[in-house]
Design a protein around this ligand. Structure first.
Ligand SMILES: C[S@@+](CC[C@H](N)C(=O)[O-])C[C@H]1O[C@@H](n2cnc3c(N)ncnc32)[C@H](O)[C@@H]1O
Length: 311
């Protein structure tokens, strides 16, 4: 790489600059997983505190970055994009841009659509005020779309690494047993359903508040006079996909790294990471995620630690 990292840690490197330029210096097939939350398009609602582009240019703009992402991914690699929705100007209707983007990524760049995920944030605030709070003709949006794309239809993945705790009802059923039967839906409930697999297979709805432990990052940014990143995603989001789609020592890239939550999650889970961010202030602040007192080294996702849930 010609560009030198702004900082590095025992398992990652953080680069300052436009990710189009930095990615062009990286070798083909050098990354196992890309997890990112790109800047969403500019809207009439709120000015973004960081670089982004207008809605009409958005898909074309993103495709240039996505082409590099595809080249950098290994054959069994995955590309996970957290992409928020936006409202159209002047009417209580939603933009279709996330779906246009998905179709362009698959039809123009040849990505496979592995699965759609929905990140539900119970703490999301009601907006826009005009439709939700004043006229009361819409409800609050509390779900972000997360597209899981892959270079081929067969990305590396293992859902045993993201098992959730069984619900109390399921534990009761496993302990007491239940009668085998056919459901009205046509599904046969056999004794296999009674086996304890060490946890439940999670759904594609991820319920994650946006308040998980950023404590030392926030405090140290404030003490250093650096801005706290305004659009951090919860660490458990990258953590879920890192566990699902990679193994220890694999490499995870975030080309729109912000406060480098992805790098921190990757390091905690024993993966290598590469982060790229355009804003010097945000990248400087992200260093604090790797300093003493930060959560690196403490897994946060509440998943099972049994044999089947090994990293
Ligand atoms: C939604 S934020 C990512 C937040 C991140 N997921 C976190 O948890 O902190 C998007 C980031 O992309 C950065 N960005 C915008 N254009 C970029 C570019 N061309 N290259 C690299 N970073 C860029 C912005 O500065 C912003 O910090």
């Amino acid at each position: 790489m010609r560009t030198r990292p702004l900082y590095s840690t025992k398992s990652g490197k953080a680069y300052l600059g436009d990710s189009l330029t930095i990615m062009s210096e990286m070798p083909d097939e050098s990354v196992n997983l890309i997890v990112t939350s790109p800047p969403f398009p500019l809207t009439f609602q709120k000015k973004k505190p960081y670089e982004t582009v207008s809605m009409d240019r958005y898909v074309g703009w993103f495709l240039a970055y996505a082409e590099h992402c595809k080249r950098l991914l290994r054959e069994d690699g995955s590309f996970v994009i957290d992409i928020g929705g936006v409202w159209n100007k002047g009417t209580p209707t939603r933009s279709l841009y996330q779906y246009h983007l998905l179709i362009a990524l698959c039809e123009q760049l040849g990505f496979s659509f592995a699965q759609d995920f929905y990140w539900y944030n119970p703490g999301a605030l009601p907006a826009p005020a005009e439709w939700v709070n004043v006229r009361r003709i819409r409800v609050k949006c509390a779900v972000n779309l997360v597209w899981w794309l892959s270079k081929t239809p067969w990305p590396k993945a293992n859902n045993k690494r993201v098992l959730k705790e069984y619900s109390p009802d399921m534990i009761r059923l496993i302990e007491r047993g239940y009668r085998t039967k056919s459901r009205p839906s046509g599904h046969n409930i056999t004794e296999k359903f009674q086996k304890n697999h060490g946890g439940a297979i999670p759904p594609n709805l991820l319920e994650l508040g946006n308040n998980d432990s950023n404590g030392s990052y926030l405090k140290q940014c404030e003490a250093a006079g650096l801005p706290v990143h305004p659009a951090r995603f919860p660490g458990r989001l990258p953590e879920f996909f890192i566990r699902l789609c990679t193994e220890p020592e694999d490499t995870v890239l975030d080309p729109f790294a912000g406060s480098n939550m992805t790098g921190e999650a990757a390091q905690r889970l024993g993966r290598r990471w590469v982060a790229i961010e355009l804003s010097k202030d945000y990248l400087e602040g992200s260093k604090f995620r790797f300093q003493p007192g930060s959560p690196v080294g403490t897994p946060r996702l509440k998943i099972l630690q049994g044999r089947s849930a090994q990293l």
